[in-house]
Design a binder for this molecule. Sequence first.
Ligand code: GDP
Length: 321
Amino acid sequence: MSLADKVLKGDVQAAARLITLIEDEGLTPGEESEALKEMEILYAHTGKAYIIGVTGAPGVGKSTLTDNLIGYFRKKEMGVGVIAIDPTSALTGGALLGDRIRMQRHATDPQVFIRSLATRGWTGGLAKAALGAVHVMDAMGKDIILIETVGSGQVEIDIVKAADTTLLVLAPGAGDEIQMMKAGILESADIIAINKADKEGADRLKADLEMMLEMKPQKSGEWKVPIVLTEAVNDKGTAELAEALKKHQDYLKESGGLPERRRERVKLELMETIEADIKNMINNLDNGQLMKRLIDAMEKGKCSPRSAAQEISDRLINREG
Ligand code: GDP
């Protein structure tokens, strides 16, 4: 039985293997075609899951909150997939495993599939890998897929924006809201959770955010971003948050916004895939010698970046022609 067939039957090991293949695509030559072949089969079985992007600065409580949401959805008998995008620590070279550790509560539940993707210090292909993992979990039959990321890099921002619903998590005293606003995340948030509501300043932060949101002109019938107070460590506010997520899902269905979001996601995936493919092609021109020769020439000042790029484009066009 192919990996794809096993995934369609809900086989967790096959799903994990396939996600690894997708993640390694482009890094290990030769394995690409295998992942591609399996994904071609799976693609026709996707599009059913509801995708939620969870973002916020490190330490605000995303993982604890995600863990609570998993518990909530499981009580409703829904299958849940989680993709945790771990920033790779430059010091340790490894992914921060905190996310997975905090979600251990559900590790033995066969209806919960949690997978970490490391950024590995390179952003290329991250969106492709994350969305690939979404397809695998979707094809497995997961009803809800949560993508958790700190949302600091552009690619991570693109990923959360490409979700059906974007949940921004803030905490009092962290002062992230200004940072998030600058990064444009605040304006793409569909729901805001103020976590650590047990701490001082939560109500104040809520009032500040409400004021900020009210400055945005609101069209009639347009979604109004709700702000939900949560205490993730005490599993407080989880039901309210889940209800807000459901309301947004209903709103998207009624307003016709859902296909629009999904179209954005497809576009992002296409662009990322094209980018990865073209980079691969370029790196393989003359078995990698062309890149080496052009970089050497540029280093010595014998060739400008523009003319090097032109030579590469010409070669790619001729290759295809
Ligand atoms: P993440 O980095 O955003 O995923 O945050 P975590 O979920 O790992 O939480 C970071 C820390 O904040 C942990 O020590 C949690 O126990 C703690 N934490 C999470 N939620 C709350 C909360 O509601 N109140 C308080 N006081 N601490 C919390």
